[in-house]
Design a binder for this molecule. Structure first.
Ligand code: SIN
Length: 326
């Protein structure tokens, strides 16, 4: 994605974008995803993706091959180790949820696959069959959420690191000897990874909160209860309504979201109606924070400054008035 370049002034691009949310979300028209795209159009979509965090392409009657071709313009497609991959193509995920096949745990706020060292930069989800009612996907801008934090909190969390792993998928393994062996193999393949709590977007340079309740276990260098209450505070920002865009699906829509700056949660209210979707993910970079990881000794200093740190700034008490305090 980083090497797509930017759209030159002399390049003519036919796509139009229209914002659909205040902090994130734009609808893209003027492009036909059943056909190959020229490089300038791909660059324009790449720029819009980074700028708007969630792109909605309505009325795209595309097949699986079109979806995968579109995905590959932005990087290598990745294979989800625990999802419902198509039998003949591991990079294609098919969600065919209906009576007897309820949706998996996608109704928890998350950024895709942060249990990997390099989580996917983006995800494309395409609607084939949608329920008459329900089944929306809700997105939250984690850059807007970061900007909304107080200066003190921004300062405190910048440089922290958190540990992530594939905890929600562990229950997919059976409690048999074979199931335990398979789980152990996956734990060796995907050991817990550390990511910065604040991620700097490689294209826009904007800072985003990069912890999520689905995969983040704890913050390094903090006591368990400190880590838990800080994570709870950071997890809760996704519920601030103004940072959200709620996407209502129609058939043949493609949504391309940026995992570096947005989180999402699927609404499972439609079950047992049918909802059929296809999905691909695009390989991403190792998340980069705003600076060197914080030294725990420094963190304690920020958390509980000694009273002497305020000596020059504190209010003068009654009995001190008129005296030379220095
Ligand atoms: C997902 O988290 O990939 C699923 C989103 C959805 O089904 O709306």
């Amino acid at each position: 994605m980083g090497d797509l370049g930017t759209v030159e002034a002399n390049e003519s691009v036919s796509i139009q974008t229209r914002k659909v949310g205040v902090f994130l979300g734009a609808e893209v028209t003027g492009v036909d995803l059943t056909k190959p795209l020229d490089p300038a159009t791909v660059r324009a979509i790449g720029e819009a993706h980074a700028a708007h965090e969630v792109l909605v392409f309505p009325d795209q009657k595309i097949g699986s091959e079109d979806l995968m071709r579109f995905g590959r313009y932005f990087g290598e497609l990745t294979v989800h180790p625990f999802s419902t991959n198509a039998a003949d193509n591991a990079a294609l995920i098919v969600y065919d949820n209906k009576e007897g096949n309820p949706p998996a745990a996608t109704d928890i706020w998350h950024t895709d696959e942060t249990f990997r060292e390099c989580p996917p930069m983006g995800t494309m989800l395409c609607s084939k069959v949608v329920p008459a009612l329900g089944g929306d996907t809700v997105f939250a801008s984690m850059t807007a959420a970061y900007d909304g934090l107080s200066d003190r909190m921004q300062h405190f969390i910048s440089g922290l690191e958190a540990v992530h792993d594939f905890k929600p998928f562990k229950e997919l393994f059976s409690q048999t000897e074979e199931g335990r062996k398979r789980l152990k193999r996956y734990e060796e393949l995907y050991p817990p990874v550390t990511h910065p709590v604040v991620r700097v977007h490689p294209i826009t340079g904007r800072k985003a909160i990069f912890v999520n309740p689905q995969f983040t276990l704890y913050i390094k260098g903090m006591e368990e209860r400190e880590s838990r209450s800080l994570l709870d505070t950071l997890f809760r920002v996704t519920s601030i309504l103004e940072y959200q865009y709620r996407h209502r699906w129609r058939p043949d829509m493609l949504v391309f979201w940026d995992n570096r700056s947005a989180q999402h949660s699927a609404v499972h209210d439609y079950y047992p109606q049918r909802r059929l979707m296809e999905r691909v993910t695009i390989k991403g970079d190792r998340p980069i924070g705003p600076g060197a990881p914080a030294d725990p000794a420094e963190l304690r200093r920020f958390k509980m400054p000694p009273i002497t740190a305020f000596e020059g700034r504190r209010a003068v008490r009654q009995h001190e008035r008129g005296k030379d305090l220095m």
